[in-house]
Design a protein around this ligand. Structure first.
Ligand code: HEM
Length: 189
């Protein structure tokens, strides 16, 4: 009886088209191949000069900053020029990346690039002599799934950084009013 079942089983396998016979050896081989391929894929390398990771190509434009610059030098002076703007941007980023309410959003993003592009954006909007070379706000935040609460926390971090820099309240609020309309591109949930 047992040998009859064996013979029948063997016969049915023999009748199967070659592709239909499960090939356990080649399945595990392709898994191994996939692993080897993943291991062989080079990690993205930081630029030796800028320290930044590469991004997909795009056409830079000051329009990507998302707001027109202020006229005159008043706002740049209120932020103590490019040096002050850099301190404000770094102060905001330093706070954001350790703020337990939003720190997770920044994990595994390129903070070297973020600090540079944010500096350029603020410097451009404050009319302190910079072009913005980063991506537009919708593209930059599309995959982050940000909520209005996240934006409010970042604004708090910015306010604290501006207070540290002794930027007057009127000037603080004028910058915030340039950033406010960007909410529609940044907040996606
Ligand atoms: C009006 C408010 C905001 C402005 C002006 C702004 C500005 C920017 C800029 C200039 C960039 C870099 C663009 C580039 O790499 O080309 C960027 C990217 C980024 N922003 Fe914002 N941002 C805002 C709100 C937020 C908020 C609320 C969060 C999170 C709480 C956030 C998290 C990030 C992250 C993680 C990246 C890096 C994205 C990537 O690596 O591709 N941003 N933002």
């Amino acid at each position: 009886m047992i040998s009859l079942i064996f013979a029948l089983t063997l016969a049915s396998f023999q009748d199967m088209p070659v592709d239909a016979v499960p090939d356990i050896a080649s399945e595990s081989q392709s898994e191994a191949e996939a692993e080897a391929e993943a291991a062989a894929k080079p990690e993205p390398q930081r630029d030796p000069v800028t320290g930044e990771l590469p991004v997909n190509p795009y056409q830079p434009s000051n329009a990507h900053a998302g707001a027109a610059p202020f006229a005159g030098t008043g706002m740049s002076d209120a932020f103590h020029g490019q040096e002050g703007i850099r301190r404000v941007v770094n102060g905001m980023v330093d706070r954001a990346i350790v703020d337990p309410r939003i720190s997770e959003v920044f994990v595994s993003h390129d903070l070297v690039r973020l600090r540079r592009t944010l500096f350029e954006q603020f410097c451009h909007i404050l009319n302190a002599g910079c072009d913005y070379t980063g991506r537009d706000m919708a593209t930059s935040h599309r995959d982050l799934g940000l909520q209005i609460d996240d934006l409010n926390v970042l604004v708090e971090n910015l306010q604290a950084a501006m207070a540290d820099e002794r930027v007057g309240f009127a000037a603080q609020n004028r910058l915030l009013s340039k950033l406010a309309p960007m909410k529609r591109d940044v907040v996606t949930r």
